[in-house]
Write a protein that binds this ligand. Structure first.
Ligand SMILES: Nc1nc2c(ncn2[C@@H]2O[C@H](COP(=O)(O)OP(=O)(O)O)[C@@H](O)[C@H]2O)c(=O)[nH]1
Ligand SMILES: [Mg+2]
Length: 194
C-alpha cells in the first residue's frame, strides 16, 4: 500500500460527531478563478498556470464562526464544478442537497458576468432558489483590465438576492471573507428554520 499523501487525507473527509457540514457550490464560467479561490483559501497557494477542472473538485475546510450564540465551528464542503458544457450532465448530483452557493465571475470578462444569470437560473431549475448565495467578482488585482464596475455587479446581486464581494485569488484579498460570509448566511438560514 502506498503511503497516504495530503491529498488522500482530504478525500476521506473524517467528520466529528455533531460537526455541522455545509455543502457549498462554487459556480460560474470556466477560467474565472473558482479553483484558485478554493486553493488560496485551503492552502494559501496560488498558481498562474491554468489547469481546467475535470468533472468536480471537492475540498473541505473548517471555519470558526462568530455568531450571536457565541463561537461555533462549521465545515464547508466546497464543490467546484467544471464550467465546461461537456460536464453539464454532472450537474444534477452536483446541485443535490446544497446549502449555499457562491456565484463567481471574472471582473475582466464581461461574458462571465452576463452568464451569472444562466448559472443562477440553473440553480433555480434544480430547486435551489431559496438557499443563501453570494456573488463574487474575482481578479480585482487586474485593475487596468476591469470591465465590470461595482455598481453593475451590486445591481445584479440585488436582483438575485446575493450580497456582492470582490476578491483576488492572486493577492488573497477578501478570499477568507467570502467563505466566512457564505458560512454565516447558511448558519443563520438553518438555525432560523429549525
Ligand atoms: N490575475 C489573477 N489571475 C487569476 C485569479 N484567479 C485565477 N486566476 C488565473 O485564472 C486562470 C483560471 O483560474 P482557475 O482557478 O483554474 O479558474 P476556474 O476554471 O474557474 O476554476 C488561472 O490561470 C489562474 O492563475 C486572480 O484573482 N487574479
Ligand atoms: Mg476549475
Amino acid at each position: 500500500m502506498k503511503p497516504m499523501s495530503e491529498n488522500d487525507e482530504k478525500i476521506i473527509f473524517k467528520s466529528n460527531i455533531g460537526e455541522q457540514i455545509y455543502k457549498i457550490l462554487v459556480i460560474g464560467d470556466p477560467s474565472i478563478g473558482k479553483t484558485s479561490l478554493l486553493t488560496k483559501f485551503t492552502t494559501n497557494k496560488f498558481t498562474k498556470q491554468y489547469i481546467p477542472t475535470v468533472g468536480v473538485n471537492i475540498v473541505k475546510e473548517q471555519l470558526d464562526l462568530e455568531v450571536q450564540e457565541g463561537k461555533t465551528v462549521v465545515s464547508l464542503m466546497m464543490w467546484d464544478i467544471a464550467g465546461q458544457p461537456q460536464f453539464y450532465m454532472l450537474h444534477k448530483p452536483y446541485f443535490n442537497g446544497a446549502d449555499g452557493i457562491i456565484l463567481v465571475f471574472d471582473i475582466t470578462r464581461s461574458s462571465s458576468f452576463s452568464n451569472v444569470n444562466n448559472w443562477y437560473n440553473t440553480s433555480v431549475k434544480y430547486g435551489l432558489s431559496s438557499i443563501p448565495r453570494i456573488l463574487v467578482g474575482n481578479k480585482i488585482d487586474l485593475k487596468d483590465e476591469r470591465k465590470i464596475i461595482q455598481p453593475m455587479a451590486k445591481h445584479l446581486g440585488d436582483k438575485i438576492n446575493a450580497p456582492y464581494f470582490e476578491t483576488s485569488a492572486l493577492t488573497g484579498d477578501n478570499v477568507k471573507l467570502i467563505f466566512e460570509k457564505i458560512a454565516e448566511l447558511v448558519y443563520h438560514f438553518k438555525n432560523k428554520r429549525s
